[in-house]
Write a protein that binds this ligand. Structure first.
Ligand code: IPM
Ligand code: MG
Length: 381
């Protein structure tokens, strides 16, 4: 069973297209999939009083994988941090222990025209991978707000224990090994003591991966070079907050955050798949949202949690082929074409999947919630 958490804003409309694409790919490969839709985020606050209801969490724990949309919106902005929709997302990451967040920044060369970068930088397309630590750092440290002598203050604590760094580093090294063999670890070691520990631990893990070429880079310099010289990067490993920021920068490189998928993996149990973009309440319900990030997240789900490379390949191919003739609104600006609606884009993807050529091996999938060792094998394919 796949737990589907559409959430808020454009979450439901893009998730719907992701489920349709996955269903089409399952049909094409003769696979049976079951979905269970559950309240989450602001929608769950309205229905049950909290962003991550017990029944939703229980269903996620039972699931082979979680397919998620987005959370948040102005309607819930005035709520205290502990009960906001975003807290549901952080709670789910924490409860499922999904500490490794994989955010591929991909754009085939044939689609490089949607990137805002010059042809000499974007012409070859992009294929970077941001590996973001997802259950530590500022997001989960102590937080406090106070008033003292009439002056307001607040703090968020950033802390990391060595094992938290080591486990996500191992995943990044394994991924780098399966790709170009290059890994950039990003920190702020000239200022932050957590970054000094980060650098030491990543350096120690590197000894187990002598075939991977590791370099360390400050996060400010990384942001600069991702734009100036994106090809110098392959896998980027970084902590939670830096990864949040650099992955949005990756969305800028490829032309829209709406194109980026993500997978959040733990040591065991179900992984979470969702587009990197947020709930975009300003455009919700108008049929203009870009469903590509959500659909590509479904492809990652098929590959990593179901072990169905064939389904993943079908979905990804279908997305790129659809982009040959259809452009969601965020990518259509300026070229004089009429943007394709969310639903029409999804229709075209489904059609391309059902009419597509099946590539690679088929039906290897024993749907697995067998955790990291199996996922690591799959990542190394
Ligand atoms: C993301 C989002 C979330 C994050 C928000 C919605 C809490 O921006 O997944 O990148 O900051 O992790
Ligand atoms: Mg973000």
């Amino acid at each position: 069973m796949i737990a589907v958490l559409p959430g808020d804003g454009i979450g439901p409309e893009v998730t719907r297209e992701a489920v349709r694409a996955l269903t089409a790919a399952a049909e094409k490969t003769g696979t049976a999939l079951k979905f269970e839709e559950l309240p989450f985020g602001g929608q769950a606050i309205d229905e049950t009083g909290g962003p991550l209801p017990d029944a939703t969490l229980a269903a996620c724990r039972r699931a082979h994988a979680v397919l998620l949309g987005a959370v948040g919106g102005p309607r819930w902005d005035a709520l205290a941090p502990e009960v906001r929709p975003e807290r549901g997302l952080l709670g789910l990451r924490e409860e499922l222990g999904t500490f490794a967040n994989l955010r591929p920044v991909r754009l085939p060369a044939s689609k490089s025209f949607v990137s805002p970068l010059r042809e000499d930088l974007a012409g070859g397309g992009f294929d970077l991978l941001v590996v973001r630590e997802l259950t530590g750092g500022l997001y989960f440290g102590d937080k406090r707000r106070w008033q003292e002598d009439g002056v307001e203050g607040a703090m968020d604590v950033m802390s990391y224990a060595a094992p938290e760094i080591e486990r996500v580093a191992r995943i990044a090294f394994a991924l780098a090994r399966s790709r170009s063999g290059r890994l950039t670890s990003v920190d702020k070691a000239n200022v932050l003591v957590t970054s000094r520990l980060w650098r030491d631990v990543v350096g120690a893990v590197a000894r187990d991966y002598p075939d991977v070429r590791l370099d360390h880079m400050y996060v400010d310099n990384c942001a600069h070079l991702m734009v100036r010289d994106p090809r110098r990067f392959d896998v980027i490993l970084t902590e939670n907050t830096f990864g949040d920021i650099l992955s949005d920068l990756g969305g800028g490189l490829v032309g829209s955050l709406g194109l980026l998928p993500s997978a959040s993996l733990g040591e065991g149990g179900p992984a979470i798949y969702n587009p990197v973009h947020g709930s975009a309440p300003d455009i919700a319900g108008r049929g203009v949202a870009n469903p590509v990030g959500a659909i590509l997240s479904a492809a990652m789900l098929a590959r990593l949690s179901l072990g169905h490379e064939d389904m993943a390949g079908l979905i990804e191919e279908a997305v790129w082929r659809t982009l040959d003739h259809a452009r969601p609104a965020d990518l259509a600006s300026g070229d004089g074409r009429r943007p394709t609606s969310t639903g029409a884009f999804g229709d075209a993807v489904v059609e391309a999947i059902l009419g597509g050529e099946q590539q690679g091996e088929t039906g290897r999938g024993r749907p697995g919630r067998d955790g990291w060792p199996a996922i690591e094998r799959r990542l190394q394919m």
